[in-house]
Design a protein around this ligand. Structure first.
Ligand SMILES: Nc1ncnc2c1ncn2[C@@H]1O[C@H](COP(=O)(O)OP(=O)(O)OP(=O)(O)O)[C@@H](O)[C@H]1O
Ligand SMILES: [Mg+2]
Length: 238
């Protein structure tokens, strides 16, 4: 079987925090390839560098050294403006704390990426409503974040991340604040969306159960990749 193209390539990546007397090596000599359409899980204990790695891949932070190439572009060389434009065009984000805008309704939150992309109001509301129906929130469209449960807010977060079919969706502990039932729902929704349009999903977790959904598992320890595993098709849950 022909392999999918590499969508993320990381070479000799270091992230070093200078804390005066001491240097913290949050990432050390990372070499990583992620292929288009993969569900990639970054796994490891607290403090191992998972969020730091995700932030460098997503172009939210600048590496100290090394290169990150994503969707054919070397983002580690971009300035802040170029990075912001790149993120808006190519990626979606799902956060542990949902990060919805508090004064926007569920519908307005989901429609936000389309607004930045210049889609007219009527069309973006129509698309956002369709996404909210798909995540089972047809009765919550006009609710504000504080009028929804954690699981519902995260489903709004998923709808927002996927609405403009970005090539890569990044998620940092997306189920970290949820109970086991919501965790399963949220996980399965993210995977189903990603599979539909062959989008790449890169997610950080320290929950071993979530790794069961992944095609590719990257384990970090003290800022280094200590294990990399690819699952065979028949072993993947969805
Ligand atoms: N802004 C910063 N300044 C200094 N050190 C930092 C900074 N951000 C992270 N670190 C350090 O880098 C290391 C990796 O942190 P990171 O947040 O990536 O861990 P993590 O694997 O995501 O942990 P968790 O599961 O607790 O979220 C830790 O030792 C942390 O203390
Ligand atoms: Mg973290």
């Amino acid at each position: 079987m022909e392999q999918a193209p590499k969508i993320v390539q990381v070479r000799k990546l270091y992230k070093i925090y200078d804390m005066g007397e001491e240097k913290v090596y949050a990432l050390r000599d990372i070499h990583l390839d992620i292929r288009k359409g993969e569900i990639c899980c970054i796994f490891g204990p607290s403090g191992s560098g998972k969020s730091t790695l995700l932030n460098q891949l997503a172009g939210l932070e600048k590496p100290t050294r090394g290169g990150v190439k994503i969707c054919g572009q070397i983002i580690s060389r971009m300035d802040e403006n170029e990075l912001a434009a790149f993120r808006q065009k190519h990626s979606g984000f799902i956060f542990q704390s949902y990060d919805l805008l508090p004064h926007f309704s569920a519908l307005e939150n989901v429609a936000l990426p389309l607004m930045f992309a210049g889609v007219p109001l009527k069309e973006r509301n129509k698309k956002a409503a369709r996404m909210l129906r798909r995540v089972g929130l047809q009765k919550r469209m006009s609710h504000y974040p504080n009028q929804m449960s954690g699981g519902q807010q995260q489903r709004v977060g998923i709808a927002r991340a996927f609405i403009n079919t970005p090539e890569v969706v990044f998620a940092d502990e997306p189920t970290g604040n949820l109970d086991s039932k919501s965790t399963k729902e949220v996980m399965e929704m993210m995977v189903a969306f990603a599979r539909e349009y062959d989008q790449t999903l890169i997610l950080v977790t320290h929950d071993k159960d979530m790794a069961a959904y992944a095609d590719h598992i990257v384990t970090l320890h003290d800022g280094e990749i200590v294990q990399e595993e690819w699952k065979k098709e028949e072993e993947i849950l969805i």
